[in-house]
Design a protein around this ligand. Structure first.
Ligand code: TYD
Length: 133
């Protein structure tokens, strides 16, 4: 399952005036219901540390870089995001941790659902138990 999680190319329009990247209806397998972003993240901070029961998320390093550790309960994979035209599509049921944020990094998240705390699994043991059922 973890092998299927890949970096997705975001269509880009290059121009001497600068690049323009577009995420639209067909870029993601869901309708975006929420947009949030992480910024001013200290380099020693850990974000994430949870999985979602239903919500899918698409992460983009709009600026700078950070690493995402993905865990499906069986194996782990570390992905570096450092390009505004590449995104990481995280399906449901994946534990994720974000770390090693560079100075000035901005992590944009396009989510398939509105914020609902009930959709989170924040306890790793509970996550492993959910994977095994
Ligand atoms: P948290 O899930 O810890 O952020 P991250 O996974 O990026 O490290 O969220 C931090 C706080 O913000 C927590 O109290 C929940 C709240 N929050 C919202 O109110 N709405 C949102 O859309 C998100 C993502 C978090």
């Amino acid at each position: 399952m973890i092998e299927k999680i890949e970096i997705v190319d975001i269509p880009k329009i290059s121009d001497p005036r600068g690049n323009l990247a577009v995420v639209e209806k067909d870029t993601l397998p869901y309708e975006v219901k929420r947009i949030y972003y992480l910024y001013d993240v200290p380099s020693d901070a850990y974000r994430g540390g949870h999985s979602h029961k239903e919500c899918m998320e698409f992460l983009v390093a709009l600026s700078g870089s950070f690493e995402v550790v993905l865990d499906d309960g069986i194996s782990k994979k570390r992905v570096t995001l450092n390009k505004p035209n590449k995104g990481l599509l995280i399906p449901t049921g994946i534990w994720r941790e974000l770390e090693n944020f560079s100075s000035g990094a901005v992590c944009l998240v396009l989510a398939s659902d509105v914020y609902e705390e009930e959709d989170y699994i924040r306890d790793y043991e509970q996550f492993i138990a959910s994977v095994n059922t």
